[in-house]
Design a protein around this ligand. Structure first.
Ligand code: HPA
Length: 284
């Protein structure tokens, strides 16, 4: 775990040699959202491969780059691409981009992803604001010696997805003219998609959508005292909900089809949460 902290400190020093830019909000881009970077006035771009020991994605459709810049007047760090647990990385590596964003100064984070729809009111191309998550099927990114400089050993998770941020994302969706569902996201390890029996189980657990990322990042972000919100793009209906076989191609195609709408929603979300203040004393 000290190794993980050393790596973060080295990455931070590397970036600080280039720029003293301090982002207010971090944005993690999921599948098909790489184009969102064009909404930002970018001052500094760093490839993950330049950063010492930083994890680099092996999945097609996931670039690995960190951008520092402004969206309208909101200073942001955009994480273009993420790594997944199923790639073989430790959970501490998976959440390294989130922690680095925190060390750069980001107080809030917007997570995005592509997910399978479980709730039948969703359909491919729908957007879902994550109200809460189920992360019990994946290892916690906080396992191991606690990094005290980031957060406490036993962090509270009773409101991972910030109430005020969620209200602001709903307003952003109205401004973007997008219908926004709200629900519970369940994270699996992947990389295989689920079986219909698993999806039936997840339905009973109260999950509305399923995916292979995000909840672990939200946990690391809350541990580090960040305010969190997250939006899923429903790229397909989960196994057994639709009779069709699932494929990564379908996920990428849907994400691409609705990417312009997702980018607009994300832009409005950055403006909305970028204007929100820092949380009270208890979070620091
Ligand atoms: N299951 C898990 N992860 C996913 C899915 C799915 O159906 N769609 C996109 N990511």
């Amino acid at each position: 775990m000290e190794g993980s902290w050393d790596m973060l400190k080295q990455c931070l020093s590397y970036i600080r040699e280039k720029t003293d830019f301090t982002p207010h909000i971090a944005v993690v881009l999921g599948s098909g959202l790489g184009g969102f970077a064009s909404w930002a006035e970018v001052f500094c771009s760093v490839d993950y491969s330049e950063l010492p020991r930083f994890p680099v994605s092996t999945v097609s459709g996931h670039e690995g780059r960190l951008l520092l810049g402004d969206i309208a007047s909101v200073p942001v760090v955009i994480m273009q691409g993420r790594v997944h647990y199923y790639e073989g990385y430790d959970m501490q590596d998976v959440v390294a981009p989130v922690r680095l964003a925190r060390l750069l100064g980001a107080e809030g984070i917007i997570l995005t992803n592509a997910a399978g729809g479980i709730n039948r009111t969703l359909s491919p191309g729908s957007f879902m604001l994550i109200r809460d998550h189920i992360a019990s099927l994946v290892p916690s990114p906080l396992i191991g010696a606690n990094i005290e400089r980031l957060g406490t050993r036993f962090p509270d998770m009773s409101e991972v997805y910030d109430r005020e941020y969620r209200a602001l994302v709903k307003q952003a969706a109205e401004r973007a003219g997008t219908v926004l569902h709200e629900g519970v996201y369940l994270q699996t390890t992947g990389p295989q998609y689920e079986t219909p029996a698993e999806i039936e189980l997840f339905t009973r657990w109260g999950a509305d959508a399923v995916g292979m990322s995000t909840a672990c990042e939200a946990i690391a972000a809350r541990h580090a005292g960040m305010r969190v919100c997250a939006i899923s793009c429903i790229s397909n209906m989960a196994a057994g909900i639709s009779s069709e076989a699932l494929s990564h191609e379908e996920v990428k195609q849907t994400a691409k089809r609705v990417s312009a709408q997702f980018e607009r929603l994300l832009y409005e979300t950055v403006l909305a949460v970028g204007g929100a203040g820092v949380r009270g004393e208890e979070e620091t």
